[in-house]
Ligand binder design. Sequence first.
Ligand SMILES: [Zn+2]
Length: 284
Amino acid sequence: MADAMNAGIKVHDSLGARIAGVGYDEMLAREKGSFLDDCRQAAKPPNFMFPGGGGAVTLVLTYRSDGSGSTRCPNGPIEIDDKGTRGYKGIRFCVLVDGAERCGEEMVTEWGYRAREIPPTCRRCIIVAEKLRGEWKAEWPENDPYLDYISGLNGEIVQHVSDRIRGGVEYCQAANGYFQGLAADAFKDATCRIGKEAFTDRKSPLWGCRPILSQHDESIGEAPSDRSSEAAHRVSEIMVTTLQEWCPDLAPAVKAGPVLMTRWEKDAAPVYSSEGRLIPWVPN
Ligand SMILES: [Zn+2]
């Protein structure tokens, strides 16, 4: 996956292409709302969840209701946009990639060869998720030895670079720790550097700015409007160089684009003035 990222390959598009059985270029050229688009949407959860040791049932349960978007489906129970498109809240794998007319036609409350008890879950979604797990493994074969290694640990991991020790970890926590912990440590470091400039460095464009929130991979703060462009670019620069120090193997792939807005909106995108200054995005 690291090689793919450094080569500029989009990892969700790449797995989505495999799920759809098409080439990567065809996936890139997909139309919005197409089957390829659905396969691309179905590729994101496996890329995020399976390296953390989760299985098919966890994948279905995690993504069916939270803020992971919605699934278009003419027979769906709710309207998912203001155009009256029907569908489901969250990701429904059976509808997205297996052509199901509705999700949850057959619900199961146990799964696996040990018939483990699970919350009522769409059987077809789980079967699709198991197939997706196979596609994910074929796309990123390094995960087989990785998860084997995780199985052999006994409750403790030492994070790369920081040497931070995390004890009392079970299988999924250990797998997720290595998958995600390095980025988290790097981001904490970037947060400290941003704060230090904002509060102590009079020469920095961040002087007098106020870091507010470090949200997984977004650093959110307030800046005086007359130098908000410089401040936002400086935050980006700190995030990029800090992660490159922590994770030099992925240095070519590191990006952190700045965006300005007068209030936080998930859809915000960078907007530039004719003089090339970053200016606040406003909703249509
Ligand atoms: Zn389903």
